[in-house]
Each structure stands twice: as structure tokens, then as C-alpha cells.
Design a protein around this ligand. Structure first.
Ligand SMILES: *Cc1c(COP(=O)(O)O)cnc(C)c1O
Length: 218
């Protein structure tokens, strides 16, 4: 049924939008089923779990790291991922850059903007992101690829729309003011419950777990 769900979701999003299949908490056989159906981009949120899965799955998978990342876990994550979507502090950005400098690698990242009304969700505010973008030269081993955001966890669609509108307008402002490098193009918003809404606000990446793999057992 994973392949059927994938097919349904892919048919509802434009082909230029990247679907990240969020496989956190789901076992390797479930991921393999999605892989066999053609999916190559997966999202994980826990370092240990990611590095264990990487070893058991084909090497042409592009892994996106989407969870909170502690700087003492970088070596479990950075050697394996295509992109870190969840850069949520200056401390983390600096540590990722330092790792890249030492390893001679460039790491693609998204900056996480705090858009939800919940206090618990991580992320930068807009001024902090602008200040990072004005100091790109300080991060030579990081490729700043865009913004990530998580809407408020609510069934009130108007709140979700407000959150997405905010990040979408901020992205447009950055791009029209030429505040960012050319690579700064991605807008990663939208999860199982709200990815169709996210598309209306210019999502270039959607991160969908439950709607593909079913409910997670924590
Ligand atoms: C778990 C997670 C998702 C996927 O959530 P679903 O509701 O299962 O689609 C997307 N983004 C982030 C950052 C997540 O942690």
C-alpha cells in the first residue's frame, strides 16, 4: 500500500516539487518498498536511526535530515546526507561549516524559520536569517539552499495558511532584494496534513511521512 500512497501523492504535486518521504520510525522494509516504487528521497530526524538505515539501503538514496541536530552528533549525519533541512541555530550552522571545512566538503542546508505559534518548535526568526545571509562568507563549507518551516499543529486551516504565507513572503522578499546567494531557492513546507496547502504558497519541497507510511509508533 506504500506504493499506492506514493503514487497518489506524486499525482497531486507538480513534478518540479520534491517529495521527501519521511521514513523516521519506520523500518527498513517499508523504506525499501517505497524505494522499489521509485522513491529516492527520504527524510530522517534522528542521527542514530539515520546512520543505521543508511548502511542497509541503496547508496543512491538522497537522505534529508529534518530533525533537531546536536553538534556532537554531526559525524553520524553529515557524511551520509544530501541536505540538512533543519539548521535552527547559529551554533549548529557554525559547527556544520567547521565540519565541512575540516572534511573538505560542502553541505547543503536549509535555514529553519520559526513560523508556528507553538513555543516548542525550533528555528530562527527573520532577523537572524537575514543576518546569516549577510554573512555568507563566514560559511564557506555550507551551501545555503533556502528555508524550511513547520506550520502550527492545528486543524484550523486559516492558521496554517497564515504560517505558510509568512514564510512564503519572507522568501520572496529575500529573493527580490537579492539578499541571498543564487542557491537560495528551496522552500520546504508542508507535511501529510497540509502539503496541498503548502503548494499554494510556493513549496518546492514537501516532507510527507504518515500519508505514505501510515502512523508512526513511538
Ligand atoms: C515527522 C516530520 C514530518 C512528516 O510528518 P507527517 O505528518 O508524518 O507527514 C515532516 N517534517 C518534519 C520536520 C518532521 O519531523
Amino acid at each position: 500500500m506504500i506504493s499506492k500512497s506514493l503514487e497518489n501523492i506524486l499525482s497531486s504535486i507538480p513534478s518540479q516539487v520534491q517529495l521527501v518521504a519521511v521514513s523516521k520510525f519506520h523500518p527498513v522494509p517499508a523504506i525499501r518498498e517505497a524505494y522499489d516504487a521509485g522513491q529516492r528521497v527520504f527524510g530522517e530526524s534522528r542521527p542514530q536511526e539515520l546512520s543505521a538505515k543508511v548502511n542497509e539501503l541503496p547508496s543512491d538514496i538522497k537522505w534529508h535530515f529534518i530533525g533537531h541536530l546536536q553538534t556532537n552528533k554531526l559525524k553520524l549525519v553529515l557524511p551520509y546526507v544530501y541536505m540538512v533541512e533543519s539548521i535552527d541555530s547559529l551554533h549548529l550552522l557554525e559547527a556544520v561549516n567547521k565540519w565541512g571545512v575540516n572534511e573538505g566538503k560542502t553541505i547543503k542546508v536549509l535555514l529553519e524559520l520559526h513560523i508556528a505559534s507553538e513555543e516548542t518548535k525550533q528555528g530562527f526568526n527573520e532577523d537572524e536569517i537575514l543576518s546569516i545571509l549577510h554573512n555568507v562568507d563566514s560559511y564557506p563549507a555550507v551551501e545555503l539552499c533556502g528555508l524550511m518551516g513547520m506550520a502550527t499543529n492545528t486543524s484550523d486551516e486559516s492558521v496554517i495558511r497564515q504560517d505558510f504565507a509568512r514564510i512564503s513572503q519572507f522568501m520572496s522578499k529575500i529573493r527580490s532584494n537579492h539578499d541571498a546567494p543564487d542557491s537560495f531557492r528551496e522552500l520546504s513546507i508542508g507535511m501529510s496534513g497540509d502539503y496541498l496547502i503548502a503548494l499554494e504558497y510556493g513549496a518546492t519541497i514537501v516532507r510527507v511521512g504518515t500519508a505514505i507510511f501510515g502512523a508512526r509508533e513511538y
